[in-house]
Design a protein around this ligand. Structure first.
Ligand code: FAD
Length: 303
């Protein structure tokens, strides 16, 4: 059993920023990460709205954020958190490696994908992918489908359409949502077919994706495609919080202005927070604010 004042779960933009601030304040914490430090940004093709950077590949921004933290002395512990529960004086954080007894927890675990379409899980990594930026080049000159809505899906479709022979873009909406310039660009691409008010029903294939069955305005159709990018199933990565009986809002953690949840000592930052804008800059801002909230909490609790 390890003992620390604070456990930060997730080394994405939010967790790394919190760790940087807490390190600079000489606080005692463990930063737990189940994958590669840098989080979602590692998979983003291009970031064009992070202050101080012109257009920058996501992994370059991620590496810069990791470097700032590591250069300040932050260490990332490789472990997947399985549960967070109440314990004497704070929380017990159980991982696949070991357990940590801490006084405060910062949850910064972002979003994960939950399969919801028939055949999606079975064909994952066999033509089903949640990251067009990462896997799109595998389907150069092929017919592919993307299911989504909003800015993120638009960005992925804009990346994918010049690579693909044909892009079928399924959206549940009556119109495309997002930046008007991006919408206009996508609509102008001759190899993109937008299907409005669409619902994906099944991804079919023997060993690899071969087709997508969908429904639109009462008609069922089947399109032959080599890959499907289902981007509607993103959910917050929060299942390990269930022992705390925390009331979530659509799976996201409601927090106060110091980023503390309804459970005293449990903080959240980044995409997992119930909020309007999920971006790198807001995740970093949450991380900084949460660090100040945690420091104040520990001081007031005289923990
Ligand atoms: C395709 C795409 C395009 C985007 N474009 C932009 C853009 O142009 N501009 C912009 O600002 N933002 C963009 N974003 C959003 C931005 O990437 C996110 O808002 C930001 O990275 C969220 O950071 P985070 O730290 O909250 O979460 P994440 O970066 O998701 O980090 C969470 C970390 O927690 C870890 N984790 C999860 N569960 C556990 C567990 N149980 N135990 C241990 N570790 C765990 C994960 O492995 C991950 O490393 C885009 C996102 C995507 C997917």
């Amino acid at each position: 059993m390890q003992r620390h004042d604070i456990a930060i779960i997730g080394a994405g933009c939010a967790g790394l920023t919190a760790a940087l601030y807490l390190k600079r304040a000489s606080k005692d914490f463990v930063l737990l990460e189940k994958g590669a430090p840098g989080g979602k940004l590692l998979t983003v093709n291009e970031i064009a709205n992070y202050p101080g950077f012109e257009k920058v590949p996501g992994f370059v921004l991620a590496q810069a954020i990791v470097k700032s933290a590591v250069d300040s002395g932050v260490e990332v512990t490789s472990a997947s958190v399985k549960s967070v529960s109440k314990a004497e004086g704070g929380f017990l954080v159980d991982t696949d490696e070991e357990s940590h007894l801490v006084k405060a927890v910062l949850v910064a675990t972002g979003l994960s994908n939950v399969p919801s379409i028939k055949g999606e899980k079975a064909l994952l990594a066999r033509g089903v992918s949640y990251c067009a930026t990462c896997d799109g080049p595998l389907y150069r000159k092929k017919d592919v489908a993307l299911i989504g809505e909003g800015e993120r899906s638009l960005a992925e479709a804009l990346y994918l359409s010049p690579l693909a022979n044909r892009l079928l873009y399924l959206t549940p909406r009556k119109e495309l949502m997002g930046d008007p310039g991006s919408v206009a660009t996508l609509l102008s691409r001759p190899n993109v077919e937008i299907v409005y008010e669409a619902k994906a029903l099944e991804i079919k294939g023997a060993g690899h994706v071969e087709s997508l069955v969908y429904e639109t305005r009462g008609n069922e159709k089947e399109a032959a495609v080599s890959a499907v990018f289902p981007l509607l199933g993103e959910k917050s990565a929060s299942s390990f919080l269930s022992p705390l009986n925390l009331a979530l809002k659509n799976g996201f953690v409601p927090v106060d202005s110091s980023l503390m949840s309804a459970v005293p000592g449990l903080f959240a930052a980044g995409d997992i927070v119930s909020k309007r804008l999920r971006q790198a800059i807001t995740a970093a801002g949450d991380g900084a604010n949460a660090s100040a909230g945690i420091i104040a909490y520990l001081r007031e609790a005289k923990a």
